[in-house]
Design a protein around this ligand. Structure first.
Ligand SMILES: NC(=O)c1ccc[n+]([C@@H]2O[C@H](COP(=O)([O-])OP(=O)(O)OC[C@H]3O[C@@H](n4cnc5c(N)ncnc54)[C@H](O)[C@@H]3O)[C@@H](O)[C@H]2O)c1
Length: 438
């Protein structure tokens, strides 16, 4: 039965994408969108731009592009803004990040130079390896949040935006756990006035976004918006939120391969993952406290996919180790190795080796684009609070408190596409397919 679908406001006017952090990922994202707008590149890696969605029966031949199926903002209607602790424009920051060829950055110089970051909310207590000067002053964290709220309103007015989305693509903060100050909105707001140490800068941006009615996506593994107080505030204010930690290199591979091993009932003795990475993100993650945040995010996926409780003969006590080594010569071109020890019929042992020579920001940039466009869609469809259907993009997907996250990338993709079908009142696809044999 086809449902009626959901009323979705049209994507009229300009969409402002505000990026927290104007580093490797953000500048690669912005430069990519500019290059695509000029007709100089294709949006490779972006589901919103290149992906399709099958509708109805396999015999119906209905397979529109996602961007033609749901009303998404057009790339020509996007306007960028940013905050960073360094005052470099996107042009200077892109050259510093060294992801893109200099000639491409030069071709886009005019557009990139016009993107200058606003002063950031920052404290070195939360990112030990960075030291910048483009930083706001405030007598307490609430005052800093109010300054961000003003930045958001001023940006919207100056650029004539109809709608905004905020994406956190700033550095990974130190590991924090949920504590009392994160449990209720009242405790959180009191904590802002009291300068509570458990409120990290990323949470101040997230609070300001939600107060301003702006969707907030978190691309780093920090807790940020994944705390009860902010999830509740987002519900109350009708604001979509999602996170955490873009799923790009090694974890992307892991969440493709682990479901396959489980599908064939092959056992796992261990999975050793190591990376070398030489960009600023690698430098930040060289600090044990920031690495701990990343490690937690990367470790959780196998347990959830393989379900050792359900399959103890196959997955009880497997060893899972994740390492990231800062190695400057490689810059953004990360190399990730996986040594996977599996066993099959009669317990015979086998090995799988992966050597993924990836480019971190090249993989992350299209995720930024998709998240911004889908979060804007969610808001126009009046979806609020945690957007679990966007788990596809994250290493540690945010869910309702009583739910475990879905990590299997194929289930995540099905969930995403079924959400789009649901929004448009199309039949959900179950892959049952018995009707073809009636
Ligand atoms: N590239 C990937 O594949 C990938 C995957 C998953 C997660 N991430 C995460 O995305 C984030 C960005 O990665 P990157 O490679 O662009 O890093 P980067 O170091 O190049 O850029 C981060 C930027 O954030 C700025 N910054 C730090 N704290 C800030 C604050 N409080 N306010 C405003 N700006 C702040 C830094 O000055 C820097 O310019 C990191 O947290 C990283 O762990 C990246």
């Amino acid at each position: 039965m086809v449902e009626k679908g959901v009323d979705i406001a049209p994507a009229n006017g300009k969409l402002g994408i505000l990026l927290v952090g104007l580093g490797a990922v953000s500048t690669t994202f912005v430069a990519g969108v500019e290059a695509i707008r000029k007709g100089a590149a294709q949006p490779i890696g972006s589901l919103t731009q290149m992906g399709t969605v099958r509708l109805g029966k396999r015999t119906d031949n209905r397979c529109p592009k996602i961007k033609d199926f749901v009303p998404l903002a057009d790339l020509d209607d996007i306007v960028f803004g940013a905050w960073d602790i360094f005052a470099d424009s996107a042009y200077e920051a892109a050259l510093h990040a060294g992801v893109l060829e200099k000639s491409l950055v030069e071709d886009l110089r005019e557009q990139l130079d016009s993107l200058k970051p606003m002063p950031a909310v920052f404290s070195q207590n939360y990112v030990k390896r960075l030291n910048g000067t483009n930083i706001k002053d405030g007598k307490n964290k609430m005052e800093l949040a109010e300054q961000i709220i003003r930045d958001i309103a001023d940006f919207k007015a100056e650029k004539g935006c109809d709608r905004l989305v905020i994406v956190w693509a700033a550095s990974t903060e130190i590991f924090l756990e949920i504590s009392d100050v994160h449990r209720t909105i009242e405790a959180f707001e009191k904590g802002l006035y009291d300068d509570d140490a458990n409120i990290a800068p990323s949470m101040i941006y997230a609070y300001a976004a939600i107060k301003s009615g702006v969707p907030f996506a978190n691309g780093a593994p920090n807790l940020t918006v994944d705390v009860p107080a902010l999830a509740r505030l987002a519900e109350q204010n009708g604001v979509p939120i999602c996170g955490k930690d873009f799923k790009t290199g090694q974890t992307f591979m892991k969440t493709m391969i682990a479901p396959g091993l489980k599908a064939r009932m092959l056992g796992l003795d261990g999975w050793y993952s190591t990376n070398i990475l030489g960009n600023r993100d690698g430098e930040v993650l060289d600090d044990p406290e920031s690495f701990k945040t990343k490690e937690e995010s990367k470790l959780s996926v196998l347990e959830h996919i393989l379900q050792p409780d359900v399959y103890p003969e196959l997955y009880k006590d497997f060893s899972h180790v994740v390492r990231i080594n800062y190695y400057p010569p490689r810059g953004d071109n990360k190399e990730g190795w996986d040594a996977i020890d599996i066993f099959g019929w009669l317990g015979y042992k086998m090995q799988i080796k992966i050597d993924f020579m990836c480019r971190d920001s090249i993989l992350a940039a299209p995720l930024c684009l998709d998240l911004a466009l889908f979060m804007d869609l969610a808001q126009r469809a009046k979806m609020k609070g945690v957007q679990e259907w966007l788990s596809f993009y994250f290493k540690a997907p945010q869910t309702a408190p009583e739910l475990y996250p879905e990590h299997d990338i194929f289930i995540q993709l099905m969930k995403l596409k079924n959400t789009l079908r649901h929004l448009k009142g199309e039949d959900l696809i179950t892959h049952l397919g018995l009707e073809y044999y009636d």
